[in-house]
Design a protein around this ligand. Structure first.
Ligand SMILES: [Zn+2]
Length: 392
């Protein structure tokens, strides 16, 4: 058994343990957690590190298949400008290559992430995931604004899911892209397809453009469709909250991604309607695209649990969850580190249905172990130069 120790162990299941020791077996299962309660003694073969040990991170929103778009999308053009650029790249037919995927995968693992909810529009990322040492939930994304193409689109998504089921195991789910990119017929078909015990994710309240489109048929997204020559006649015309309430199953684990422009009333309504909702925050991507951050203290007060994601390398400089935590700490220093750590670990594990194994340092679990160093012990906070080392 390997024993690791640091100034504090943040287990997420009780108070941080000063100079605690965690013992893990070869397969990463926690076999021993030692709290000296102030009477430290030496244990054989214990690796002591300066810093804090925390459970492995869970990334609740990523698009591995966009990893070739790093540094290729202009910043701060707003959501409509971002979507336009992504569409342009898709139309060129260029797809992610093996080297980009391998780099992205390595950076995810190296930055201490143990599980990822990854959006798939294609099968491009599947081969890279087959031998991955981390857990993937594959969210097969359904998108298409033209009603007459709905059947073709849902059939294609089903076929992609079938390939995922055959090659990647069981954790694959059909999921809508957003409230502004699916026709009503497609939303209806998808709604019938999504099981109540599924995991569903949707890009939500990422920009004021979303509501402008769904309510008024105005704003940048509406202009995009006009310039692409696509009719928006078949898209739903009501407010975004009503759309998700109408088409997403209430009981599913519902990952609402971004929430940059979510209002208090909407957050409260989501809390009321979806008992298993999670607000997934991707702050680096929000800064890149909209140059804006969600009102996180307000979101916290809604009671909907928060989890973290990175989004893709098209809009985020890294796929590191610690980087998201540091951005939040800097913008909202009043948020306690323990809370932020919950978002980065156990809440994400719950959101993707992996909390029996991941998210806390407890006997019998195999959450992965990360060392964060340096750490501001006086204020219990991350520092701008805090780094993560994957210990297990
Ligand atoms: Zn996304």
């Amino acid at each position: 058994m390997r024993r690791v120790s640091a100034n504090y162990i943040y287990t997420n299941a009780g108070e941080p343990i000063r100079n605690g020791v965690v013992g893990i077996d070869d397969s990463g299962i926690i076999k021993e957690i030692i709290d000296h309660k102030g009477k430290e003694k030496e244990y054989a073969h214990t690796e002591f590190r300066n810093g804090i040990i925390v459970p492995g991170f869970v990334n609740c929103h990523c698009h591995l298949e966009l990893s070739h778009l790093r540094n290729r999308i202009s910043k701060n053009l707003g959501l409509a400008g971002f979507v336009n650029q992504i569409r342009h790249h898709r139309l060129t037919g260029e797809t992610v290559n093996d080297a980009d995927l391998a780099d992205a995968m390595n950076s995810i693992i190296k930055s201490g992430t143990v599980a990822v909810a990854d959006i798939c529009n294609t099968t491009d990322s599947f081969l890279a995931k087959q031998n991955a040492r981390i857990h993937f939930v594959n969210l097969i994304e359904v998108v298409g604004i033209e009603g007459d193409k709905a059947q073709w689109i849902i059939d294609k998504a089903r076929a992609t899911k079938l390939i995922a089921d055959e090659t990647l195991g069981a954790n694959n789910h059909l999921t809508p892209h957003s409230v502004y990119t699916l026709s009503t017929p497609l939303l209806e078909m998808l709604s019938n397809e999504i099981a109540t015990n599924a995991i569903v994710s949707i890009h939500f309240a990422e920009s004021p453009n979303e509501e402008q489109f769904t309510v008024q048929r105005a704003g940048g997204l509406t202009e995009n469709y006009a310039s692409w020559g696509l009719s928006t006649h078949d898209a739903p015309k009501e407010n975004p909250l009503e759309i998700v309430k109408r088409y997403l199953p209430r009981q599913a684990n519902t990952l609402l991604v971004h929430n940059t422009y979510l209002r208090r009333q909407q957050a409260n309504e989501l809390a009321q309607h979806f008992p298993n909702a999670y607000l997934v925050l991707c702050p680096a991507s929000n800064i890149y695209i909209e140059n804006s951050l969600p009102d996180i203290p307000m979101l916290m007060s809604s009671g909907v649990p928060i989890a973290l994601g990175t989004d893709s390398l098209a809009s985020s400089p890294s796929l590191s969850i610690l980087d998201q935590m540091k951005i939040i700490t800097q913008a909202f220093p009043g948020i306690p580190f323990t809370q932020l750590l919950n978002w980065a670990t156990i809440n994400g594990a719950k959101a993707i249905g992996q909390d029996r194994r991941l998210g806390t340092i407890e006997l019998g679990k195999s959450p992965g172990l990360n060392l964060i160093s340096p750490f501001d012990f006086a204020n219990n906070q991350l520092l701008p130069h805090s780094r993560v080392i994957k210990l297990a």
